[in-house]
Design a protein around this ligand. Structure first.
Ligand SMILES: [Zn+2]
Length: 158
């Protein structure tokens, strides 16, 4: 088991300590003393180091390439890659959701101005179904992101 440490200046007066532990067989653990890290959440102090970003590092900067080398092909890298693909799906779903909401509003407005007696005529079938599907997708992906973040943070620290 090998261990490297970094001091990273964050928003607090005292720098945070980031520890990366290499347990072998591409099994890494990474800890950070920032509020997010202490609460078991993912933080930028660790992800930045793995990305080779030296921003805020006040001690241990020479160990960044080692952290990156350990990170490549590790369990943490796989987990973070999974997370970014889920996050990009969530963003897409969010976009679709906004478009569908807009479309529905336009349709309602259009129908109301055209026929006050049957204001919802024409939006009954497809748009409503798509709207609902988009809404469901949004909730599902948002939940996935939350769950994935939690699992990754847990995996990072075990
Ligand atoms: Zn942190």
């Amino acid at each position: 088991m090998e261990n490297i440490e970094f001091l990273v200046q964050g928003s607090a007066k005292e720098p945070y300590t980031v520890s990366v532990v290499n347990r072998g067989k591409r099994n890494l653990s990474a800890y950070c003393t920032c509020p997010a890290g202490e609460n078991g959440l993912i933080c930028k102090h660790r992800t930045r180091i793995f990305a080779g970003d030296t921003q805020g590092i006040v001690e241990g900067i020479e160990n960044v390439p080692i952290a990156q080398e350990w990170f490549r092909g590790s369990d943490i890298e796989k987990a973070l890659n999974g997370l970014s693909s889920i996050e990009s799906n969530a963003k897409k779903a969010e976009r679709v959701f906004k478009e569908m909401t807009q479309m529905l509003q336009d349709k309602i407005h259009e129908n109301m101005t055209r026929n006050v007696n049957r204001p919802l005529d024409g939006i009954r079938e497809k748009p409503i179904r798509e709207y609902t599907e988009a809404a469901i997708r949004k909730v599902v992906t948002a939940t996935h992101v939350k769950i994935a973040k939690r699992q990754i943070a847990d995996a990072m620290m075990d």
